[in-house]
Design a protein around this ligand. Structure first.
Ligand SMILES: [Zn+2]
Length: 292
């Protein structure tokens, strides 16, 4: 499950961890002039929604509407903590952590039985569901530490996930359902059956052929769209497509993907500039479970 592992690591922000560790281990580099933070390039967004708008209580269960799918969520239980602690027993290096298993325990085990085994979630969807599970299980409010994006000082601040979670649901616009680039002619159609997704996902898992085309594979699954032809045929065409065209296609697919920002506006206690801080939700959740 190579792809899921990457998505999990991205969701966990683990790609950044070695860098942070290096920063403390190595001599300080010469200070560089600090560029003004650039606004994020605007993504093609269907709609940004707060956690409050997409999460509803339904008796003892909760429902979350991701736009392209509705999932049932079951709050964490005592055994969630037991299982998680077992994973972290004796771990001294982040590289030793079985993140796939961590996500199973924290996330996939808490999806309703109707979607547990069949649903595909990209990293943005995983993040919004974890925010929801934390909110319904141990409360939406917590204290967190994060680094100021301007001066890099560590700040501690309070977060309410209902306010801090922005979910970008994304639906493929109807006018862009046909995609023609060179020899690549795709027609996207809605997928009604989870079986189709499961089948394609298994095919994907068992092969390295799709490395480099992960945005396309993600778009196909996360949006529940069908490429209109078998995935392997599309991959064959992409293999013979000039790289600049392939890159453009992957960029376009990335725009369609659902995404989640867990951010909080906060005035830095050191440089006094107000910025959006990343709330490292998954690290926070793990720390809470481990009592650290
Ligand atoms: Zn600062």
């Amino acid at each position: 499950m190579k792809r899921l592992d990457e998505a999990t690591k991205k969701a966990l922000g683990m790609n950044e961890t070695p860098e942070t560790q290096n920063k403390t281990a190595q001599p300080e580099p010469q200070p560089e002039p600090q560029p003004e933070p650039q606004p994020e390039p605007e993504k093609k967004v269907s709609e940004i929604k707060k956690l409050n708008d997409i999460l509803t209580e339904n008796g003892e269960l909760y429902k979350i509407d991701l736009g392209n799918k509705v999932l049932t969520l079951e709050p964490w239980k005592g055994k969630t903590k037991k299982k998680l602690r077992k994973i972290f027993e004796g771990i001294t290096d982040v590289e030793e952590i079985d993140f796939e298993r961590v996500m199973e325990i924290l996330l996939y085990d808490h999806l309703g039985k109707d979607n547990k085994s069949t649903v595909y979630l990209n990293s943005g969807e995983q993040l919004v569901i974890l925010s929801a599970l934390k909110s319904i299980s141990t409360g939406a409010e917590f204290k967190t530490d994060s680094f100021c994006p301007v001066c890099e000082a560590e700040n501690t601040f309070k977060v309410n996930l209902y306010n801090a979670t922005d979910y970008k649901e994304n639906k493929l616009p109807s006018e862009e359902r046909e995609y023609n680039k060179g020899k690549l002619k795709l027609k996207f159609v809605d997928i009604k059956s989870f079986d189709y997704l499961k089948e394609t996902f298994e095919e994907y898992q068992s092969s390295d052929d799709y490395d480099g085309y992960t945005e396309l594979v993600d778009a196909e699954k996360a949006l529940h769209i069908d490429l209109g032809k078998p995935l392997k045929d599309t991959i064959e065409i992409l293999d013979d497509t000039p790289i600049n065209v392939v890159n453009k296609i992957m960029e376009d697919m990335d725009k369609y993907l659902p995404d989640c920002d867990v951010q909080k506006e906060h005035k830095c206690t050191v440089c006094h500039k107000t910025s959006k801080f990343d709330v490292e939700i998954i690290k926070t959740v793990i720390a809470e479970f481990m009592g650290i």
